[in-house]
Design a protein around this ligand. Structure first.
Ligand code: NAP
Length: 280
C-alpha cells in the first residue's frame, strides 16, 4: 500500500486508487489536496493490485466509498461491477467506481474531464480531431468528440485496433503513413510516447505538425513534452494533459461527494509537483 493523504487515518470516508503501477501517480496528492480544501475528513490511498478481481474485493472488504482505476484495469474491471453508466459502457472502460451500500457503479471521467478541458480550450462541436492511438484513452477521446458534435479520425500503429475503434464508435480511421494528407483543427496524442522517463521521444515527425493548428498531448508528465515543444516551434497552439487530468479527478470527487471540488487548488498542487521536481 502506498502513502495515504488526508485528514485522519480513522476517517469515515475512504477513497482509493487501484492500478499497477501506482507509485508514480499524482492522484493521491491531488485528491488529498481537494479533500483538505473542502474540509472533508477523507483518506485517499493507492493500492497496487495484480488483477481486476482484487479491485472489487478490496473495495468491498475495506468499505471504500469511491475508487480511481488506472492502468491496466480500466477495461477488465467493467465486467465485475454491478452497473456501468451509459457513457462508460459505450467507451468500454471505467476509471471511476462509486460504492453505494455495497453496490458498485462504474463511470468514465476521462471522457467528462477531456470534454471540459477541450471546451475550455478550443471547443469540440464542428471541429475535426486527429486522434493518435487506439487504446483506452483514445476510445474515451473519440467518444467525447463525437458526442459533442465533433469529427474524429483515428491513427494507430496497429491498424486493426484503429479499424475496430472506428467501427465501434462510428468515426474515420487512417493509416500512419497517411497522416501528412490529413487536415484537422486539432491533433490529440493519446499514446504514451514521450512520457517520463522517455521524455526525449515523440509520436510524430516535426515536419507533419504544420498540418495541425492545435496540438494536445494527454501526457502530463512532463508538462511540456517533446511533441508540445516541437509543436510550439512549428507555430501550433498547444495543450498539455494536466487540465484533463485535473478535471477527470475533480469529476470523480463530485461523483463521490456530490460537492463541487476545488479545481484550481487541484491544478496548483499538480503543477507545483510536476514543475518543481521535473521527472518525478
Ligand atoms: P493504452 O490502452 O495502452 O493505449 C496506448 C496506445 O498507444 C495504443 O494504441 C498503442 O498502439 C499506442 N502506442 C504505445 N506505444 C507505442 C509506440 N511505441 N509506437 C506507436 N504507438 C504506440 O493506454 P491508454 O490507457 O490509452 O493511455 C495512453 C496515454 O494516455 C498514457 O500516456 C496515459 O497516461 C494518458 N492518459 C492521460 C489522461 C489524463 O488525464 N491526462 C487520462 C488517461 C490517459 P498499439 O495499439 O499499436 O499497441
Amino acid at each position: 500500500m502506498n502513502k495515504g493523504y488526508g485528514k485522519s487515518p480513522d476517517a469515515a470516508l475512504h477513497f482509493a486508487l487501484f492500478g499497477n503501477p501506482v507509485a508514480q501517480s499524482l492522484s493521491p496528492l491531488m485528491h488529498g489536496a481537494a479533500f483538505a480544501k473542502m474540509g472533508l475528513a477523507a483518506l485517499y490511498t493507492a493500492y497496487r493490485v495484480d488483477e481486476a478481481a482484487d479491485v472489487v474485493r478490496r473495495i468491498r472488504e475495506k468499505g471504500i466509498r469511491g475508487a480511481s482505476i488506472t492502468i491496466p484495469f480500466k477495461q477488465t474491471v467493467v465486467a465485475l461491477l454491478d452497473e456501468v453508466d451509459a457513457n462508460a459502457a459505450a467507451i468500454g472502460a471505467v476509471n471511476t467506481i462509486s460504492n453505494t451500500g455495497g453496490r458498485l457503479m462504474g463511470y468514465n471521467t476521462d471522457s467528462t474531464g477531456l470534454a471540459r478541458d477541450l471546451e475550455e480550450w478550443v471547443g469540440i462541436g464542428a471541429r475535426t480531431f486527429v486522434v493518435l492511438g487506439a487504446g483506452g484513452a483514445a476510445r474515451a477521446a473519440v467518444f467525447t468528440i463525437l458526442r459533442a458534435g465533433g469529427e474524429a479520425v483515428v491513427v494507430n500503429r496497429t491498424v486493426e485496433r484503429a479499424r475496430t475503434l472506428a467501427g465501434d464508435l462510428g468515426c474515420r480511421w487512417a493509416l500512419p503513413g497517411e497522416i501528412g494528407r490529413l487536415e484537422a483543427d486539432c491533433l490529440i496524442n493519446t499514446t504514451p510516447i514521450g512520457m517520463f522517463p522517455e521524455a526525449d521521444r515523440t509520436p510524430l515527425g516535426s515536419e507533419l505538425l504544420v498540418h495541425f493548428p492545435r496540438v494536445m498531448d494527454m501526457i502530463y508528465n512532463p508538462v511540456r513534452t517533446r511533441l508540445l515543444r516541437e509543436s510550439e516551434a512549428a507555430g501550433c497552439a498547444v495543450r498539455s494533459g494536466v487540465g484533463m487530468f485535473v478535471h477527470q479527478g475533480a469529476d470523480q470527487v463530485r461523483l463521490w461527494t456530490g460537492l463541487e471540488p476545488p479545481r484550481e487548488e487541484m491544478q496548483r498542487v499538480v503543477l507545483e509537483r510536476l514543475e518543481g521536481r521535473s521527472g518525478d
